[in-house]
Design a protein around this ligand. Structure first.
Ligand code: AMP
Length: 139
């Protein structure tokens, strides 16, 4: 995988405001935060998108995410937050190394803004699609 700004941070070539590190995970403050406490949680494994990440790195992230969330809430006073994870340029991924955003929602409204356009899921489509995805998981 090509070098990215995050692989260079993980290698120690570029500084960051580090908040957590273990064998598989590094977490640091986003350099252009949407709100105070905006934190990035990054696997050290070089994977571009979440679907390419190993079970081991995914488990390591899952283990530390709630702990980091509690710490960011305690440090910032926020009580609500979003976890955002972009994959692919069309989905607003700018850095091609898997990362999770933890974005506190602050009282002044700062935080993640989103446009949510719900549609209908007809029963026939729901049954067909769920079956197809379940089969792919079982493959
Ligand atoms: P995404 O659009 O999901 O790929 O988000 C990439 C995030 O990385 C953005 O929120 C950037 O502000 C952040 N970012 C880019 N370079 C750095 C850096 N050197 N240190 C910390 N955060 C960074």
């Amino acid at each position: 995988m090509a070098e990215t700004i995050f692989s260079r941070i993980i290698a120690g070539d570029i500084p960051c405001y580090r908040v957590y590190e273990d064998d598989r995970v590094l977490a640091f403050l986003d350099i252009n935060p949407l709100s105070r406490g905006h934190t990035l949680i990054v696997p050290k494994e070089a994977a571009e998108t979440l679907d390419q990440l190993s079970d081991e790195s995914a488990a390591a992230i899952g283990r530390c995410l709630p702990r980091i969330a509690r710490a960011v809430l305690a440090a910032t006073g926020a009580t609500s937050y979003n976890v955002l994870q972009n994959n692919g340029a069309a989905a607003h991924q700018a850095v091609a190394h898997v990362h999770f955003h933890l974005i506190p929602k602050q009282g002044d409204g700062a935080g993640l803004g989103m446009v949510w356009r719900p549609t209908d899921l007809p029963a026939a489509e729901g049954e067909k699609l769920a079956r197809e995805v379940a089969e792919k998981i079982a493959d």
